[in-house]
Design a protein around this ligand. Structure first.
Ligand SMILES: C[S@@+](CC[C@H](N)C(=O)[O-])C[C@H]1O[C@@H](n2cnc3c(N)ncnc32)[C@H](O)[C@@H]1O
Length: 252
């Protein structure tokens, strides 16, 4: 793949080729390297629980906020009635549209839009999901919660899959030591928005050090790259948190 500017290049004495990285710049990943995100997200975790294995999405109209390259929308479309994916990044949505063509599903559409101001009518969907949707700055989650509550039907479900505090980059959180807002967002969901949560552990198997460097290493930066090479790592353990709430609206 041709690499564009703004990447950092990591060299390591025990690795013959330099390793490019966005060094935790997720905005850069989404705008310039959606294919790398798609490959990273295509690594299936052992014991990984997908949203439709935990919550009943059968025959539901589902809004997927932050649908990215389609990795969250397409599996759900196989059991849901309809899936509307919304993403703020055009390059991510372009990859999603290509993936949709390959899948051949006729009950999914991908829209360009902002999860803080959704282009949907009040009470028009059964479920709003955000699967590792990452809104920055974190105050934007308040607008998301308000909008999700507006567009979901009475008795509908809002579910957000997040990385809990202490698990940024999975088991390498302490190695990467990135300053992140996971604790702030976690507290918003539990204390401010009144969501409950369920936690799950999974292990992503990248198969080879090479593949782990060009996906996980590309995203999580120099400290992660050094650690992967030093320890010949090919897998990562994750903790995932599903924040969820059934929305009760005033009637009459
Ligand atoms: C980690 S990706 C998750 C993609 C997909 N849900 C998946 O599971 O693979 C986060 C996505 O959220 C999108 N995003 C971030 N802020 C957003 C916002 N305010 N409105 C809509 N999408 C947003 C990003 O562009 C990115 O595609």
């Amino acid at each position: 793949m041709p690499f564009k500017p703004r990447l950092q290049i990591v060299t390591h004495p025990r690795w013959t080729v330099p390793v490019p990285t966005v060094e935790n710049r997720w905005d850069l990943l989404y705008s310039d390297y959606p294919e790398v995100y798609h490959e990273f997200e295509s690594v299936v975790g052992t014991r990984e629980k997908q949203v439709h294995e935990i919550f009943d999405l059968k025959e539901k109209v589902v809004l997927d906020a932050g649908s990215g390259t389609g990795k969250s929308s397409l599996p759900v479309s196989r059991i849901a009635k309809e899936v509307i994916g919304i993403d703020i990044e055009r390059p991510m949505a372009a990859v999603a549209k290509r993936a949709l063509k390959e899948e051949g599903a006729d009950n999914v559409e991908f829209l360009l839009g902002d999860a803080r101001s959704m282009p949907l009518q009040d009470g028009s969907v059964d479920v709003v999901m955000g699967i590792t949707l990452a809104i920055y700055p974190p105050e934007g989650w308040r607008a998301f919660a308000r909008e999700a509550t507006r567009v979901v039907k009475n008795g509908g479900l809002i579910v957000v899959k997040a990385i809990p505090p202490g698990w940024y980059g999975g088991e390498l959180d302490k190695v990467i030591a990135d300053v992140n807002e996971l604790g702030v967002v976690d507290a918003m969901f539990s204390k401010e928005f009144g969501f409950r949560h369920k936690d799950f552990y999974a292990t992503s198997n990248y198969g080879t050090v090479e593949k782990m460097l060009r996906t996980y290493g590309f995203i999580f930066g120099k400290k992660a790259i050094d650690y992967i090479i030093d320890h010949r790592k090919t897998s990562i353990r994750w903790k995932h948190r599903y924040h969820y709430k059934i929305v009760k609206k005033p009637t009459g």
